[in-house]
Design a protein around this ligand. Structure first.
Ligand code: NAD
Ligand code: LMR
Length: 326
């Protein structure tokens, strides 16, 4: 019998939580043989709603769910956690930038970083989804004395998935035919989607998709998709965000499938001239269950390099803005 993994999810009664929980519980994140214990954290005001969501998970009869804990106490939620999905935080509304959330959301991650470090398993893997996710992850990681820096990730997989969706539509193929597309930098409009080394059906993307569309529309669409979703729905993305979190953790533990590497915002070790310590989206390959490496030797064009500098500069200024929380 495989021992259950403890998966803590913050903000579990929110929009993303409502999609995420059921897919973690069904085995989509960790595979069909991996039992889980769900440890769900909410604000006191949302505890009743959380209990309702937990009742619904129970009513699905998922064989992999061994227990569900609903709590407003961080220490209880993170106790012995093997994986923490940090979702709980404010979403932006129309007209706001993700970076506008830093004052409201940043302080959440000092307390949660400390509580994770004090209570979770020593090798706990943390994925920060709450925005601005790169800098929130930096804040949480900065509180850690015990859990290694490599274990703190932020989510840019949604940006990669958006790029794949756009490319597969443009080429008239399945998303599964698109390979090795990834994103550099911040989860913000300065991100740099990189298709240079990607393929569609084994051919270079630039040989398959119209160059004018790639230059004029693709890049802009991917970089501003979050805003477009808010304009259309009146609320930020939720099911696609939950899906990306499932993909990120799935690949971290079980491998990247047909991709050689995937986008993960991880602690920079100085690769590609990115200042050490920034949480930056790199192409990452998986080296074992829960371990990764930043892919080295990717050729970076002059244009991509120039744009990478803008996303680096933005992350450096976000880091300066939260210096008191680090
Ligand atoms: P939501 O408001 O629907 O849900 C957030 C939940 O978090 C609420 O139930 C709230 O009670 C809870 N919460 C707030 N502060 C908390 C705290 N300190 N501890 C525990 N729970 C807390 O929001 P949502 O749509 O689920 O979005 C959550 C976050 O995810 C937002 O910051 C949003 O911008 C971000 N997001 C990131 C990505 C990404 O790609 N990285 C994508 C979509 C959304
Ligand atoms: C997204 O990219 O959809 C999320 O970061 C939510 C947002 O505020 O855009």
């Amino acid at each position: 019998m495989t021992a259950p993994l403890r998966v803590a999810i913050t903000g579990a009664a929110g929009q993303i939580g409502y999609s995420l929980l059921f897919r973690v519980a069904s085995g989509e994140m960790l595979g069909p043989d991996q039992p889980v214990i769900l440890q769900l954290l909410e604000l006191p005001v949302a505890l009743d709603a959380l209990k309702g969501v937990a009742m619904e998970v129970t009513d699905c009869g998922f064989p992999l769910v061994r227990d569900i804990i609903c709590t407003d106490d961080q220490a209880t939620a993170f106790k012995d956690a093997d994986i923490v999905l940090c979702v709980g935080s404010k979403p932006r509304g129309p007209g706001q930038l993700r970076s506008d959330l830093i004052k409201a959301n940043g302080p959440i991650f000092t307390g949660q970083g400390q509580a994770i470090d004090a209570n979770a398993s020593a090798d706990c893997k943390v994925l920060v989804v709450g925005n601005p996710c790169n800098t929130n992850c930096l804040i949480a990681m900065s509180q850690a004395k015990r859990i290694p820096k490599e274990n703190w990730h932020a989510m840019t997989r949604l940006d990669q998935n958006r790029a794949v969706g756009q490319l597969s539509n443009a080429a008239g193929v399945s998303a599964g035919d698109v390979k090795n597309v990834f994103v550099w930098g911040n989860h913000s409009p300065t991100m740099v989607p990189d298709i240079t080394h990607g393929t569609i059906g084994g051919e270079a993307i630039a040989d398959v998709v119209d160059g004018g569309w790639l230059a004029d529309s693709f890049d802009q669409t991917v970089r501003t998709r979050g805003k477009a979703i808010i304009a259309a729905r009146g609320k930020s993305s939720a099911a696609s965000a939950a899906n990306a979190a499932i993909d990120h953790v799935h690949d971290w533990f079980l491998g990247t499938g047909h991709n050689d590497y995937v986008s993960m915002a991880v602690c920079s070790d100085g690769s590609y001239g990115v200042p050490e310590g920034l949480i930056f989206s790199f192409p990452c390959k998986i080296t074992g269950r829960g371990t990764y490496e930043i892919v080295q030797g990717i050729e970076v064009s002059g244009e991509v390099r120039e744009r990478m500098q803008k996303t680096i500069d933005e992350l450096v200024s976000e880091r300066e803005a939260v210096a008191d929380l680090l």
